[in-house]
Design a protein around this ligand. Structure first.
Ligand SMILES: C[S@@+](CC[C@H](N)C(=O)[O-])C[C@H]1O[C@@H](n2cnc3c(N)ncnc32)[C@H](O)[C@@H]1O
Length: 237
């Protein structure tokens, strides 16, 4: 990884933070809400039992809020992100949802988590792992902080397999999305970086192997919305 990569990505998210939620809903035609719901469901957290979940790269806290919606009063979420502007917006959303007592937000780097071993029942990362060059290192960090048997859920954009749909999708992704993203966020380069980073992401079977190597078993993946998003799950060995 180049030494400038982390600050480049952090600054990019700091800049697009004010329009991030709006553009997510618009550019995905609100599918992002359903994808996060499916990810939270994949954790199989029991409603009336206490649980502690870490949401890495939490951004504006949509995942944390969805986990709270699906679980009972006994669940708690720790959200971690290195973009302070994203965290500020997340803090406001958590306060408006009346969930300040159930969510703790921390500024930090996914590659070096400030937690002891075996703390979390589950770890999630939505649309974040793509931005981290050393995926094995990040996944190993997640495994270190998890209880044995705990679920890791990784939600990430992917390229559809069907050649016809792939062509249409890539046209939207490379031409239309940077235009709309640039118009509203005033940061076109961030929305040009997005397709680049998705196209560079490993194929599902290769990413599954990285997960296994980093300390997870029973790794599985599920493609959603014609393959434009993939949800990976695994259990800490
Ligand atoms: C595309 S956003 C996803 C936010 C949120 N998870 C969601 O579902 O909308 C990616 C987030 O990852 C964060 N991020 C990227 N690399 C990171 C790292 N190494 N450590 C901590 N946060 C990181 C960014 O600051 C940004 O908020």
């Amino acid at each position: 990884m180049s030494p400038n990569e982390l600050p480049f990505i952090r600054d990019m998210f700091d800049r697009i933070a004010p329009r991030y939620d709006f553009l997510n809903r618009t550019l995905s035609m609100k599918r992002d809400v359903a994808w996060r719901k499916e990810m939270a469901r994949s954790l199989y957290l029991k409603k009336n039992e206490p649980s502690l979940v870490l949401d890495v790269a939490c951004g504006t806290c949509d995942v944390a809020l969805e986990i709270l919606r699906q679980t009972g009063r006994l669940s708690k979420v720790v959200g971690l992100d290195f973009s302070l502007n994203m965290l500020v917006l997340g803090t406001e959303k958590i306060a408006s949802a009346g969930a300040r007592d159930r969510v703790t937000l921390l500024a930090g780097n996914a590659l070096s988590l400030p937690f002891g071993p075996g703390l979390f029942d589950a770890v999630t990362i939505a649309f974040g792992i793509r931005n981290i060059a050393d995926k094995h290192k990040a996944l190993s960090e997640f495994a270190r902080c998890m209880k044995t048997g705990g679920t890791l859920a990784v939600l990430e954009l992917s390229t559809p397999d069907n050649p016809l749909f792939q062509g249409l999708y890539l046209f939207y992704f490379k031409k239309i999305l940077p235009f709309i993203g640039g118009l509203f966020s005033k940061n076109r380069s961030a929305y040009e970086y997005l397709p680049d980073s998705v196209l560079k992401f490993p194929k599902a079977q290769d990413f599954a192997l990285i997960m296994e190597d980093a300390g997870f078993k029973d790794v599985a993946w599920q493609k959603m919305t014609l393959g434009i998003v993939t949800l990976y799950t695994g259990a800490k060995k």
